[in-house]
Ligand binder design. Structure first.
Ligand code: PGA
Length: 249
């Protein structure tokens, strides 16, 4: 049995004060909930406030990105060691918004993945097709390519903590959700690629999250699919009641 992971991706929302308010409200709502792992990924600036607010609770804190170098002249960047020092345990890598707007490529995803694994962070690597690719019947190819290149020269031993998130780009922030069946089919492709890259035993244990307009209303149906091992939630994770409802699907 794979323990499900429900992760909040706050994107560029919330100040530290708003982050504290969120934790004040959500912690009582999810107190004692241990069926699923819960992670909240705020902006870098809110990490301190979030780590302090979530201390001793069942909610872990993740970052939304990292740089792969150990240190250096990389203005505006933050690396794995800095995240660890801030009390962060998880990190999102290769989100489609970073691929779309900030020049993230399969190669930088690979570098970031290696660096996160090396540091002991739990990487959540995002993959997913855009609408034109789905309509052209290319979903399978795109997912396999993104995974193959993300996993390049990563060993199964090193990758034990790896989590993958399937996020069809056409479903992100659009209110359009993949049907549970569509998501399950895509997850099966990703799992097949993981089996080729890391072996079947690894693939059987790999957690694959679904992301793209997950809401309290559709969380149960999605999470009931055996292939779906959790959710990466954007918009609906900003409100503590709505995120708690998703956690409890
Ligand atoms: P959404 O975002 O839930 O707002 O669609 C998901 C994501 O981008 O991770």
């Amino acid at each position: 049995m794979r323990k499900k992971l429900i992760a909040a991706n706050w994107k560029m929302y919330k100040t530290p004060d708003q982050a504290r308010d969120f934790f004040r409200d959500i912690l009582p709502l999810v107190h004692g909930h241990d069926r699923d792992e819960i992670v909240v990924c705020p902006t870098y600036l809110c990490l301190d406030a979030a780590v302090a607010a979530a201390k001793g609770s069942n909610v872990a804190i993740g970052a939304q990105n990292l740089h792969w170098e150990k240190e250096g002249a990389f203005t505006g960047e933050v690396n794995a060691a800095m995240l660890l020092a801030a009390g962060v345990t998880h990190v999102i890598i290769g989100h489609s918004e970073r691929r779309q707007y900030f020049g993230e490529t399969d190669d930088t995803v690979n570098l970031k993945l290696k660096s996160a694994l090396e540091a002991g962070l739990v990487p959540i690597v995002c993959v997913g097709e855009v609408l034109e690719e789905r309509e052209a019947g290319l979903t399978d190819d795109v997912l396999r390519r993104q995974c193959l290149r993300a996993f390049h020269k990563v060993s199964a031993k090193k990758a034990v903590r790896l989590v993958v998130a399937y996020e069809p780009v056409w479903a992100i922030g659009t209110g359009k959700t993949a049907t549970p069946q569509m998501a399950a089919d895509a997850h099966a492709i990703i799992r097949a690629q993981a089996a080729e890259s890391f072996g079947q035993e690894f693939a059987d244990k790999l957690r694959i999250l679904y992301g793209g307009s997950v809401k309290p209303e559709n969380a149960h149906a999605l999470m009931s699919e055996e292939e779906i091992d959790g959710a990466l939630v954007g918009g609906a994770s900003l409100d503590p009641k709505s995120f708690a409802a998703i956690v409890k699907y």
